[in-house]
Design a protein around this ligand. Structure first.
Ligand code: SF4
Length: 49
């Protein structure tokens, strides 16, 4: 009997606290997947990503 090993990748998903966000923007460009944008002065996850 052989035992197969599986590799599992666990990624942290950032939660944006809209009530605390002041739209200052430094979170946008560091996101490697371009998943954050500023909409109406608040950071938002891009739709459809
Ligand atoms: S724009 Fe980004 S860095 Fe600025 S407060 Fe909102 S979440 Fe934080």
């Amino acid at each position: 009997m052989t035992v197969k090993e599986a590799t599992v990748t666990v990624r942290k998903i950032t939660r944006i606290g809209e009530e605390r966000c002041d739209g200052c923007g430094p979170c946008v460009s560091p996101c490697a997947e371009g998943a954050i944008e500023i909409v109406n002065g608040k950071a938002k996850k891009r739709e459809g990503g």
